[in-house]
Design a protein around this ligand. Structure first.
Ligand code: CAA
Length: 383
């Protein structure tokens, strides 16, 4: 029996802020962002959007196509949870109107946890092959104004339906694992913006890649020559290029690579920015939508979450997967985003941390909106 990703869909915030405007404000050459970190713009959320509304928007086309029969588990991965106790997945379950007989949980480990969610989903389907699991990765990536990470903010959600006999990707059982207790990026409970030791985080990311790759090979993982593309966690797309260079060096005898294994994987991330848990699966969706037909080819995945956990695994694209895709769906959403300038961006950034009861302005474009907070309870409504 093969198990893997049967369907995948994504959504992003309704606003877009160009990094050229950030560079202008900072009085620096935009080349640092466009070429140096490989980012052109960042998605931002309106005040009536959050990880739940983006997740609802990402899931909608999947449910429209496949219905909800057999979905008895939702695993919601996020770094930017909206409640310290209640899973964002339960809010999502509510707005989707799913039946009561579903288990729902939220997972956390910085940008990595969607990969744990995917692995848990594979395990559930292996035990109960008729069941299907919804895996959600949804995040709003935020750093302080004027901090080193400011240009690497963003927002997006990816939803994946995991099942037996999948139509998109059959995932292989071998995984390479790596964990080390380090402080490269973290977010204490009293902060809505992350703290980061930027250069150190890049170094730890590459160490995690090397550790996870070595473990993958020792555990019987596929030879590098049989992997045609690699989807990386992309805090910024140049990070994936650095990772690819490192893997080319450690996984080969030093000869020049015959294929560019990043090809097709960076288009969405360059326009969305960091989306933490969603980022690696946006790289995969970018490859599916923008790359050539690679049916039958093996795709590698390197998932990284600061703190720090890394995992390398692989899967094979299923024959006919291109017909399952929604051509132009995410591109259309990217084009639809409302452009905002520096001052609007700055004011929204400052206004993000609202406390007490409030109602939000109706300004997002999805079917589900975050209406505000009443008596400490978050309210969501369908349009
Ligand atoms: N034209 C072209 N390139 C330029 C340039 C110009 N005018 N000016 C600078 N550059 C290049 C630099 O040479 C550099 O390239 P290299 O990395 O190849 O040396 C690149 O642009 C970036 O410049 P700096 O290193 O000077 O940039 P910085 O120190 O201000 O910021 C950063 C870089 C530390 C990564 C920062 O973006 C940051 O803190 N980001 C947040 C942390 C992060 O994303 N870490 C990634 C690993 S951790 C992770 O993956 C988890 C997660 O999601 C957070």
């Amino acid at each position: 029996m093969s198990i893997g990703i049967h369907d995948i869909s994504a959504a992003t915030g309704s606003l877009v802020f160009p990094l050229a405007d950030l560079a202008d404000h900072q009085g620096i050459d935009v080349g640092k962002y466009h070429r140096g970190i490989g980012q052109t713009e960042m998605s931002l959320t309106t005040e009536d959007e959050d990880i739940v509304t983006m997740a609802a928007r990402a899931v909608a086309p999947i449910i429209e196509r496949h219905g909800t029969d057999g979905i008895r588990t939702i695993v919601f991965a996020t770094e930017s949870g909206v409640d310290q106790s209640k899973s964002a997945g339960v809010f999502l379950h509510g707005v989707l109107g799913l039946p009561n007989n579903v288990r729902v949980v939220e997972l956390k480990e910085a940008c990595y946890s969607a990969t744990a969610a995917l692995q848990f989903a594979l395990g559930i389907v292996a035990r109960r092959p008729g069941e299907r699991v919804l895996v959600i990765a949804s995040d709003v990536a935020r750093y302080e104004l004027e901090s080193s990470g400011e240009a690497t903010q963003g927002a997006a959600a990816v939803a994946m339906l995991v099942s037996e006999d999948p139509s998109v990707l059959e995932i292989e059982p071998v995984s390479g694992l790596w964990t080390d207790d380090v402080m490269d990026f973290w977010r204490p409970n009293d902060r809505s913006t992350a703290l980061v030791d930027g250069r150190y985080s890049v170094q730890v990311y590459l160490e995690a890649l090397e550790g996870a790759w070595n473990d993958y090979r020792e555990g019987g993982g596929a030879d590098y020559s049989t992997i045609s593309r690699v989807c990386y966690h992309q805090p910024f797309t140049r990070m994936a290029a650095k990772a690819q260079q490192r893997l080319d060096r450690i996984a080969t005898d030093g000869s020049a690579p015959e294929v560019d294994r990043l090809d097709g994987t960076t288009q969405y991330n360059a326009r969305i920015g960091n989306s933490y848990t969603a980022s690696i699966y946006l790289a995969f969706l970018s490859l599916l939508d923008n790359g050539p037909d690679l049916a039958g080819e093996r795709i590698g995945f390197f998932s990284y979450g600061s703190g720090a956990v890394g995992e390398f695994f692989a899967g094979t694209l299923v024959s006919g997967y291109k017909e399952q895709l929604r051509a132009g769906h995410l591109d259309g959403m990217l084009e639809e985003r409302r452009l905002i300038g520096y001052e609007d961006y700055r004011l929204r950034h400052i206004a993000f941390d609202r406390v007490g009861d409030f109602a939000t302005a109706d300004e997002s474009t999805g079917d589900v909106r975050f209406a505000g907070v009443t008596e400490h309870k978050r309210l969501y409504e369908r349009r």
